[in-house]
Design a binder for this molecule. Structure first.
Ligand SMILES: [Zn+2]
Length: 302
């Protein structure tokens, strides 16, 4: 029953939100230089990614890079009007065709944050092993329950699954990383093993954060100074480690606008997530922040 209601909401809510003028209000706030839109992807289809790029271009948004955002953050550049930043997490193999090719076609900057273990060892992402084991073997491991465990236990469970299940490579190779890097595409780090950093020991958290930077710098031969927290999991400890590892900025998954007030907090920059199985209309609502606002309002009124 709940899923039917959910489906009805998902179908009608975007139409309502788009026609209600709420999205135009957000676009006006961006035009007045009150907010920068910050959007992140994982593994979108080419169709969805290109339609999102076109939507921002049709609405005369300017795409800014992580470097430009940093310069705005340290007040070297003024807060822009109608700006959007695109970031991507993990380093999925399909990104090359579906996202990098489109970014190059439209000449727009994108930062991709790389989870280095799957790049290096050719394994799938650990969440994929979990999903696979649930569907095929009927195991009860889900991300939500793993989230509550110390990271040593997550590692044990994942290493057992990796030995019993064979999954094809899901991440790009080191060569592919080298080949996609250009004036549009910049690469940042996203830890070694994609843990919930807050569940790690001090030593492991530090190593996950600095180790992925070192690996990428060795592979690419360039400085890597941007970071994204896996699952948006971080605390004050992680901010300290990210700073001391030499990153200049880090992205969270807090769904919010970048504003003149919060941009100074360069180690917890907010981002709105694109949901890859959802429609373009729903994602327009999500990227402009009106989706969460509407759902929160509905929850409150229930
Ligand atoms: Zn990730």
């Amino acid at each position: 029953m709940k899923s039917i209601i959910r489906k009805i909401i998902e179908f009608f809510l975007p139409y309502y939100l788009i026609n209600s003028g709420k999205i135009n209000k957000v676009i006006n706030n961006a035009a007045e230089g009150k907010i920068i839109l910050s959007v992140f992807f994982h593994n979108p289809s080419k169709e969805l990614f290109e339609s999102i790029v076109k939507w921002f271009l049709d609405h005369e948004f300017k795409f800014i890079s992580a470097d430009e955002l940093y310069e705005i953050g340290i007040e070297k550049k003024t807060f822009p009007s109608k700006a959007v930043i695109f970031t991507v997490d993990d380093g999925w193999k399909e990104n090359k065709e579906n996202l990098v090719a489109v970014a190059n076609k439209y000449n727009i900057p994108v930062s991709i944050f790389i989870n280095t273990d799957p790049i290096e060892n050719g394994n799938g992402y650990w969440v994929s092993y979990l999903k696979h084991s649930q569907q095929k073997l009927g195991t009860s491991h889900i991300v939500g329950s793993i989230k509550k465990l110390p990271d040593t236990q997550r590692k044990e469970i994942v290493s057992q699954l990796v030995t019993s299940i064979e999954l094809p490579r899901e991440a790009m190779t080191i060569e592919e990383l080298r080949s996609i890097k250009n004036e549009n595409i910049s690469l940042g780090a996203h830890t070694l093993s994609h843990p919930f950093l807050v569940n790690c020991t001090n030593e492991d958290s530090k190593n996950e954060i600095s180790g992925s930077k070192q690996k990428l710098e060795n592979w690419l031969g360039t400085k890597v100074d941007t970071f994204a927290y896996p699952f948006g999991s971080f605390g004050e400890r992680e901010i300290e480690y990210v700073k001391s590892a030499g990153y200049k900025m880090a992205f969270s998954t807090v769904a919010n606008y970048i504003t003149q007030e919060n941009i100074g907090a360069l180690y917890k920059l907010p981002r709105f997530e694109v949901i890859e199985h959802a429609s373009l209309k729903e994602n327009i609502c999500r990227m402009t922040g009106v989706w969460d606002e509407a759902l929160n309002l509905m929850k409150k009124n229930r």
